[in-house]
Design a protein around this ligand. Structure first.
Ligand code: SAM
Length: 198
């Protein structure tokens, strides 16, 4: 994935396609926007940045926690190999799947449930992206990251969240780097903020 390839894809993708309801008219703005159920479609420039830092390769096996509208997922499917995406809210996950299938992507596995535990049966993953903030890096996700893998995720409390890049070297040594401050909805579930799944 070169920066030019990513930029071309980013510019040609119509974010309005991933939005139903009143936010659709604002799809062109570089803001997170409401998509219902207290959730948001991510800010386009942040989707670009997170995708870039993931350094996807055509063979990458990618885990995404928080499918939301499917907007970030399409970047993973276009530049990665196989994508495993988990959304806790059926009301968002089902339409997101329909959108991605209608675009012709057949390299995506979908799950409705608690993604804070990852997808153990499909692990290890070369890349992991979490699009909701947890209080700490979920140990389950670090365990499911392959040697040589990269994980990007927001960590912190509302008003003070860092975007982290977590890498695991070929020996299994884990390092982390803060990429900047961000604003995300909370990751809920077993390894998120409380076990409040409905
Ligand atoms: N990148 C997505 C997009 O652009 O549409 C936006 C994702 S939104 C900021 C975060 C999503 O994470 C929400 O849809 C929320 O329901 C989901 N989520 C929160 N906790 C989760 C969990 N434990 N497992 C799976 N999904 C979760």
């Amino acid at each position: 994935m070169t920066e030019k390839e990513l930029l071309t894809f980013f510019k040609n993708l119509d974010r309005a396609y991933f939005i139903d309801g009143p936010s659709k008219a604002m799809a062109g703005l570089d803001h997170a926007l409401p998509i219902g159920y207290g959730q948001t479609i991510s800010q386009p420039s942040l989707v670009f940045e997170m995708t870039w830092h993931l350094a996807l390769e055509p063979g990458s096996k990618v885990l995404e926690i928080g499918t939301g509208s499917g907007y970030q997922t399409v970047f993973l499917a276009a530049f990665g190999g196989t994508v495993y995406t988990i959304e806790r809210l059926e009301a968002l996950g089902v339409p997101a799947r329909a959108r991605l299938e209608a675009l012709g992507y057949s390299n995506i596995h979908y799950r409705i449930g608690d993604g804070s535990c990852g997808w153990p049966e499909a692990a290890p993953f070369d890349r992991i992206i979490v699009t909701a903030a947890s209080a700490a890096v979920p140990a389950e996700l670090v365990a499911q990251l392959a040697p040589g893998g990269r994980m990007i995720l927001p960590v912190g409390v509302p008003g003070d969240q860092d975007l982290l890049l977590v890498t695991k070297d070929s020996e299994g040594e884990v390092s982390r780097r803060v990429l900047g401050k961000v604003v995300f909805v909370e990751l809920v579930g077993k390894y998120g903020f409380g076990d409040v799944l409905d």
